[in-house]
Ligand binder design. Structure first.
Ligand code: A3P
Length: 276
């Protein structure tokens, strides 16, 4: 149970990310045309990966997350001949420095942390790779303390937001996802017609993606999250504001106090306040 997680540079990882791999990330060879797909878990990573795959059609490979596996991972990624879209849940500070030096394009997707917390609670309960949590109350405390896989949501978001003004990083919000496909095309310099964009949005709706997975049309072993390779765990409810079904009024006040304190210097904090 306790062995399911280990800590590296103060951040909890699952044993699916080996310490040797994490240590060797510093020397990873980035390519100028790599695109990073960055998120804290449960923020819409798979949704975004689905859209990207459709936008590029065939010439790209969406790899499994860079921090997933053992030391042989980096070699594998090196061998890929196609353009790479590389998912990661790493904090900005842990990102292989070569991605920064080469100014690779990075897309950071985030989501209201209250909904992220609820989504992650369910994920902890359903995912055998993660420690068991008994109650929502217990998980709520772990989440606020950052005592969960990938560490504190606040630290993660803020480490990336610090680089908001760098034009090789695009910030997207789960709550906007119906509007953002056009923005992604512009950022990645992709020429996609309005008709195709409409089509892609339709095929990337929550239900379509969930059904695809159930039909096993998609490679069942391929997820863009380092915490599971079971796609059935990913498509749960896909709602905005599900947190209201879980947070007690007291929990909401406590969360909001911590949010206001931690995020006081954040320029993007308002993006999460949609419907509080
Ligand atoms: P819920 O648990 O709230 O349903 P990630 O891909 O980063 O692990 O995030 C998973 C969350 O995104 C889950 O949230 C999942 O249901 C939701 N999701 C996945 N695909 C989606 C889509 N096409 N539209 C809306 N939500 C989606």
């Amino acid at each position: 149970e306790a062995e399911l997680l280990h800590t590296f540079k103060g951040i909890p990882f699952t044993t699916r990310s080996s310490p040797e791999l994490l240590k060797s990330l510093d020397t990873f060879d980035a390519r100028e045309d790599d695109v990073l797909l960055v998120s804290y878990p449960k923020s819409g990573t798979h949704w975004l990966a689905g859209v990207l795959a459709k936008l590029y059609n065939t010439q790209v490979t969406i790899t499994s997350p860079i921090e997933f596996g053992d030391i042989s991972r980096l070699e594998e990624l090196n061998k890929l001949s196609s353009k790479r879209i590389i998912p990661t849940h790493l904090d900005y500070n842990m990102l292989p420095p070569n991605f920064k030096k080469k100014k690779c394009k990075m897309i950071y997707i985030s989501r209201n942390p209250k909904d992220t917390a609820v989504s992650m609670f369910h994920y902890y309960r359903d995912n055998p790779n993660l420690p068991t949590v008994d109650t929502w109350t217990a998980f709520f405390d772990l989440f606020l303390k950052g005592n969960v896989v990938c560490g504190s949501w606040f630290d993660h978001f803020l480490s990336w937001e610090e680089h908001e003004d760098e034009n090789n990083i695009l910030f997207l919000f789960y709550e906007d996802m119906k509007k953002v496909v056009k923005e992604i095309c512009l950022f990645l310099s992709l020429n996609v017609s309005d008709n195709d964009i409409q089509d892609i949005c339709r095929k990337s709706s929550f239900l379509e993606m969930k059904n695809d997975t159930e039909k096993e049309n998609s490679d069942p072993s391929h997820t863009v999250c380092a915490l599971t390779s079971n796609r059935k765990l990913i498509f749960r409810k896909g709602a905005v504001g599900d947190w209201k079904n879980y947070f007690t009024p007291k929990q909401n006040i406590r969360f909001q106090e911590i949010f206001n304190e931690k995020m006081k210097l954040s320029k993007m904090a308002d993006s999460f306040i949609y419907e509080c």
